[in-house]
Unconditional design. Structure first.
Length: 147
């Protein structure tokens, strides 16, 4: 408790490195989101295809490939457009990176059904609110300031 409080060292301030890691974290987060939305079990390894708009972005991801593989449970990372585009895939965009995860047709269809249910629920909620707002008595009792 008598030691000096640690001070930041300028040699560790590097905006380029911080930005590079931010992109890697965003790609990992997008892959984890895809896994969650598509109900991919945590233990299941996936393949991901990364297409970048420039060589610099691809170079950054190649340099940090092991982080993507380990933290997003990816067994294979493919770069560029040379690979065949999958018929069914989950898709996300992070900055200059397009992310595709090939999927089985059944998984994509399940996600479509889930989204249809969610859409139906939202439409039902909208109809409920619109019905309330069209009711003169409801509007007359509502506070004038909206609170």
């Amino acid at each position: 408790m008598l030691a000096k409080y640690p001070q930041p060292e300028e040699r560790f301030d590097n905006e380029e490195v911080a930005d590079e890691m931010a992109v890697v974290i965003e790609v990992i987060t997008a892959l984890r989101n895809i896994r969650g939305e598509m109900n991919i079990p945590p233990g299941e390894q996936i393949v991901c295809m990364l297409r970048t708009k420039n060589e610099r972005a691809e170079e950054r991801l190649r340099r940090n490939r092991s982080f993507v593989e380990n933290l997003a449970r990816v067994k294979e990372v493919r770069f560029g457009d040379s690979h065949e585009k999958p018929v069914y895939s989950a898709f996300a965009v992070v900055r200059d990176v397009e992310i595709r995860v090939p999927m089985e047709r059944s998984r994509v269809e399940e996600e479509g059904k889930r989204l249809q249910k969610e859409l139906a629920k939202i439409e039902k909620d909208i109809a409920f609110v619109e019905k309330k707002l069209s009711n003169e008595q409801f509007l007359a009792r509502a506070p004038a300031d909206g609170g």
